[in-house]
Design a binder for this molecule. Structure first.
Ligand SMILES: Nc1ncnc2c1ncn2[C@@H]1O[C@H](COP(=O)(O)OP(=O)(O)O)[C@@H](O)[C@H]1O
Ligand SMILES: [Mg+2]
Length: 489
């Protein structure tokens, strides 16, 4: 049947309407290694080559002369690509059957190509590359269509495995990236925590440093108050012992002065009478006696000695008084609300004599509320510091500046001078009792230690800043409201 039809086709070549007889059937059939079949304009199979038989499992005898070209590929009848080429249907239809897997051939006009998977083929389906093109006779008239198939299953599987490998690789990369990102996040978290710990450490360190500084200050204050306490006890004893004798020496001395004046008056009277002594021997004796005792010198020297001694006694009395003040047990009923500016002004009046020839007083008073304090003691502190400042100023006229201000719940008082300044090695000792750099007789070394005790009693602070040759500033800060000792932590 196959041969018959082929021959018919060949014989009818010359005078029949365009047909496939113009095409040498052999060229498409068994000599062609690519699975190939041909249909005519009636969609009837005219050629089905060996390769086609092998690939599609249908023999040429079975297929030629039928329109069963769909059978090897599909479960139900439908046009295959060659059918579309023959009937010249629109692309939409091709698209509907081949989905978006087909494309127009780039080289052959009106030819199509597609790649698809055919479940019916082989054991578990095959991938085929299908192409179909019109067949034309010598006049260029379409006489049928040829469809060529190529098994691309291996290539597709390879592509698939490549794709899978790629997917796997991408997955690996994604996993790795994810791991890295997590590790990175962990690291960042770690770094952040470290930074937090570090800042905490820094803060802690700063706190410790501050605490340490406070401890040092507290220790210094403790040492200072220890010294003050022991010196206080000693001073109280000494002051008590000296106070009495110095008291009667002082009053006796006053009497002695008046008595001496009277004696000198009497002596003057005797001297005046001397010239009138008639007895030569007596007169000579008196003259010799006067010479011997150096009466003229005594008359000159005794008043000097007296006044010097009196000054000494006054000074001793002052020291004893200082010592008594120093060791005095505070009577808490003396606490008062006081205007510090008023107290400072009164004190400046008292020390005016010490200061006026040496320095100008510059007052820079700020706004201060009344301060709860022991006013006379604060005045004493101001006096000590101002007098020290005046002492520190050399021959050239200087300035003593007094500043006040309120800082939070504290009153701050600063007294600065542009005097000699304090040597570094002395700075730590100026609050020590009896520390003085002044000549014997001029300084007792008690002023600042007394002041220190007073400020401590007020739960305030006294600090000093000094530069040798430039000057000194004492800074006192007092709580505006006095806190009872038991209320203190
Ligand atoms: N403003 C000051 N300028 C320089 N030195 C000072 C000043 N204030 C105090 N000093 C030093 O501190 C020492 C102790 O002072 P103080 O206790 O008042 O005792 P005194 O005045 O009797 O020496 C002084 O001898 C002096 O060396
Ligand atoms: Mg002094």
């Amino acid at each position: 049947m196959n041969n018959e039809r082929s021959e018919t086709a060949v014989n009818a070549n010359c005078n029949r309407p365009p047909s496939l007889t113009a095409v040498s059937p052999f060229s498409f059939t068994d000599g062609n290694p690519a699975p190939t079949f041909v249909i005519d304009l009636d969609h009837v199979i005219t050629h089905w080559n060996k390769a086609c038989e092998q690939m599609l499992g249908r023999s040429a005898a079975e297929m030629i002369g039928t329109s069963d070209q769909w059978q090897p590929f599909y479960e139900k009848a439908r046009p295959v690509m060659a059918d579309f080429v023959v009937s010249g249907v629109g692309e939409e239809l091709v698209d509907a059957y081949y989905k978006d897997k087909f494309r127009r051939s780039a080289s052959i006009p009106d030819a199509y190509e597609a790649e698809d998977f055919f479940r019916q083929l082989g054991e578990s389906g095959r991938w085929l590359s299908v192409s179909a093109a019109p067949l034309r006779n010598e006049q260029g008239v379409v006489v049928g269509a040829i469809q060529v198939m190529q098994d691309i299953t291996r290539q597709k599987l390879a592509e698939l495995s490549l794709y899978q490998t790629q997917l796997h690789l991408e997955q690996l990369v994604a996993n790795r990236t994810d791991q890295l990102a997590r590790a990175n996040a962990l690291l960042e978290e770690d770094v952040k925590q470290r930074e937090v710990v570090e800042t905490q450490l820094l803060v802690r360190n700063a706190e410790l440093t501050e605490l340490n500084a406070k401890l040092s200050t507290a220790q210094a204050q403790l040492v200072q108050s220890e010294k003050l306490a022991s010196i206080g006890q000693l001073a109280a004893g000494v002051a008590h012992e000296i106070n009495n004798p110095i008291g009667y020496i002082f009053s006796n001395f006053n009497s002695l002065s008046t008595y001496l004046e009277r004696l000198f008056a009497m002596l003057a009277a005797y001297e005046a009478a001397e010239a009138k002594v008639a007895d030569r021997q007596v007169a000579d004796g008196l003259a010799a006696m006067r010479k011997k005792v150096e009466l003229d010198f005594l008359k000159e020297d005794i008043p000097v000695l007296m006044s010097e001694s009196q000054e000494g006694i006054v000074r001793v009395r002052k020291i004893v008084q200082d010592l008594k003040d120093f060791s005095r047990v505070q009577d808490d009923s003396d606490w008062q609300w006081a205007d510090l500016h008023q107290g400072i002004d009164a004190t400046l009046n008292i020390v005016n004599n010490e200061v006026k020839y040496k320095a100008d007083i510059v007052k820079q008073y700020g706004d201060l509320p009344e301060v709860e304090c022991l006013p006379s003691e604060i005045n004493q502190v101001v006096m000590n510091i101002v007098v020290n400042a005046a002492h520190s100023i050399g021959p050239a006229r200087g300035a003593i500046t007094i500043r006040t201000k309120a800082v939070g719940d504290r009153a701050v008082l600063e007294i600065s001078d542009n005097g000699s300044g304090i040597a570094k090695e002395n700075l730590a000792r100026i609050f020590d009792p009896f520390f003085t750099t002044k000549p014997v007789g001029k300084g007792t070394g008690l002023g600042l230690s007394l002041s220190y005790g007073i400020i401590q009693k007020h739960r305030g602070q006294i600090e000093v800043e000094s530069e040798l040759g430039k000057g000194t500033t004492f800074r006192i800060s007092l709580p505006i409201r006095h806190a009872a000792p038991e209320a203190q932590p």
